[in-house]
Design a protein around this ligand. Structure first.
Ligand code: NAG
Ligand code: NAG
Length: 490
């Protein structure tokens, strides 16, 4: 809004329908976010060129020093269902696939290291001309499809478009064509005097990634999750207000199965934050909301699953209610256990395990970083309160893992009720060293090797982690670094 005094008031700059947006809207009612005044344009700067040069140098310098450039920040991590492959996606739209090395008898300490297998550009930045919006290339989620032939298939998504990628190996090349010579030049038919049979010749192994399908134009809002159905024929893609069901073979249409968009957007109070199919029942899926609830839907009941069949929510304790209650109860991730009996949800301060047979309260609640409860005001100011932490089960559903700040991540053993805080960092752990548990101290006395809440680094956050489906191997993404930890080798 430009005022008479030539001031520009910026009321809201977010177009994303996330809980953050809902709260920005709230803020906008209390005053502008930013006020600025028009000024004459700066005179052309002669030092421009020099500056862009030094930026280039700095960039490569930064890369060498392993500082993150924005594009290198890892935005998702996922093992395939045998754990032999591990895929990461980043903000620059790239997918990197790692493959586990075969065990070698001569070097037992190199048990199952993961090496880069294939790297490809999955998404490019785009521009939506109708809405004047930039579409980021950032990979929001990756999901593997079960292997059915020699090639591997995965789905990757940014805010708007899901792609099906085929990753295949090639170690032979056809040679001895009749109509072209070995360099590919077309031979003149008059020079062809004899016929040969083309043969396959061995060559160096090449790994190729090709986009096999592009599922686009079905989401008005931002896709936050994709999930492959156990029928292996369909998948869902979910944005802030809708869930769409696709057939993996068909790209020109999808079915809208959940739509929570109110007739009037002013009435919007809740957005969808995550959704996942049940691991065995192909008609069941769950989705979580910014109000802290989870809905379980059965696709057999109706084509449109607007009516849930189960609704999981913990009643709010009125004595602890505050301005932040709703924000911190927003669920950032929902995951079915491998056996399909439980649901795990992550909100800002806790991880909860729900029994599918009990809707009124969680079975288990684990505190991830309760010491932040007293710092919610500053975490709101620096936007950290809107961080979306993910959570994962181990292969037997007995341990759960989720991230925190200061490159800390937490593990909770559901049987022994023991928990541990570990740190993924280059400074504090050498390769192959054993991770030492970390402790955060609250209150006055700080013991040696404890870290105080006030010195936690909130720019270092572990949002994305993955657990090998059958072994104690975990992958932890810390900004632009991927850490792989495994059980101690005896
Ligand atoms: C996972 O990847 C490995 C490749 O090393 C492959 O052998 C395995 O079949 C894949 N597993 C599944 C279930 O797709
Ligand atoms: C899950 O974690 C427990 C405890 O560390 C371990 O005993 C079990 O083997 C793990 N399961 C899998 C499949 O990794």
């Amino acid at each position: 809004i430009k005022t008479e005094t030539d001031e520009v008031l910026l009321w809201t700059c977010e177009t994303i329908l996330t809980p953050r947006w809902l709260h920005r809207r709230f803020r906008a009612m209390t005053g502008p976010l930013l006020t600025c005044r028009f000024q004459d344009p700066e005179p052309a700067d002669s030092s421009m060129e020099e500056e862009s040069d030094t930026r280039k140098i700095n960039n490569s310098f930064l890369r060498d020093q392993n500082y993150a450039t924005e594009a290198d920040i890892i935005s998702t991590v996922e093992f395939n269902s045998s754990g032999e492959l591990l895929a990461t996606g980043d903000k620059g739209g790239r997918v990197v696939v790692f493959q586990r090395e075969q065990e070698s008898k001569s070097q037992p300490q190199r048990r199952g290291e993961y090496n880069v297998y294939s790297t490809f550009q999955s998404h490019e930045p785009e521009f939506d001309y109708l809405k004047s919006l930039e579409i980021e290339e950032k990979i929001n989620k990756i999901r593997w499809l079960p292997q059915q032939n020699a090639a591997y298939f995965l789905l990757s998504t940014n805010d708007k478009t899901v792609k099906l990628w085929k990753i295949s190996e090639r170690d032979k090349r056809p040679e001895g064509y009749n109509l072209k010579d070995d360099d590919g030049r077309i031979r003149s038919p008059s020079t062809i005097t004899s016929l040969r049979v083309p043969v396959l010749q061995p060559m160096d192994l090449m790994v190729e990634a090709t986009a096999r399908r592009v599922f686009s134009n079905a989401h008005t809002y931002h896709i936050n999750s994709i999930s492959v159905n156990s029928d292996l024929q369909t998948f869902i893609s979910t944005d802030d207000l809708r869930v769409n069901l696709w057939n993996l073979e068909i790209t020109d249409r999808s079915f809208n199965i959940v739509d929570i968009k109110p007739a009037n957007m002013e009435d919007l109070t809740e957005v969808i934050t995550s959704a996942e199919f049940h691991p065995q029942q192909c008609h069941t899926f769950a989705y979580s909301s910014s109000k802290g609830s989870i809905r379980l839907c059965d696709m057999r009941q109706a084509a449109l699953c607007d009516k849930h069949c189960k609704y999981f929510e913990e009643p709010e304790d009125p004595s602890t209610r505050s301005f932040f209650s709703e924000i911190i109860s927003s669920i950032s991730d929902v995951k079915f256990s491998h056996n399909g009996r439980y649901l795990m949800t992550r909100d800002y301060l806790t991880v909860k395990v729900w029994d599918l047979q009990m809707e009124n309260k969680p079975l288990e609640t684990y505190q991830v970083h309760d010491y932040l409860r007293g710092k919610l005001c500053s975490l709101y100011e620096n936007d950290c309160i809107f961080d979306k932490f993910e959570c994962v089960w181990n292969g037997s559903d007995s341990v759960i893992m989720t991230g925190s700040y200061n490159n800390f991540f937490r593990m909770f053993d559901r049987n022994t009720k023991r928990d541990v805080t570990l740190e993924a960092s280059r400074e504090n752990s050498k390769p192959r060293a054993i991770l030492k548990p970390r402790k955060v101290c609250v209150g006055g006395k700080r013991r040696k090797d404890e870290i105080s809440v006030d010195s936690l680094d909130f720019s270092k956050k572990i949002l994305h982690t993955a657990w090998h489906p059958h072994e104690n191997i975990i992958a932890v993404a810390a900004t632009n670094n991927l850490y792989i930890f495994q059980d101690k080798v005896n």
